[in-house]
Design a protein around this ligand. Sequence first.
Ligand SMILES: [Fe+2]
Length: 155
Amino acid sequence: MEHYDWTADLDLGIDVIDSQHRRIVDYINEINDAIAQQDVTMVFDVMERLKDYTMDHFAFEEQLLKQAGYLLMEAHQQVHRRFEDRIAKYEESLLNGHDPFGVARRIRTALMAWLIQHIKQEDADYVPVVKKVLKREESWINGALKRIFGQPENA
Ligand SMILES: [Fe+2]
């Protein structure tokens, strides 16, 4: 069974974002576990949490980019929406009674490939702009984390 280990080249050097990306990889690995254990309930459960968490992460990232005045914000948002559409399609396949483990395997492979590519390309592009804003906006970050995730990250 394929297990994805976080590698240092995926770190953007922005702790608040890196920890969220790691969490998404954890969920993808939980899908691995659900396949290994042939546990259908777990597939559905992890899928739900992965979807919720990813949407929260995107919302946070987008607000951060807006706050930072990032010029490619709209294009970045579109990439996020396409990813959400993809998750919704997988969810639909699960609900339509397709083989849950077959779908889970496709989710695992496709999402991980997408995530790595997105982090290394689109996300990497905003790093300098966001780093600048992080220094002066710590209280804004904490407020946004609380608004979107309901609690400070890592709590
Ligand atoms: Fe992103």
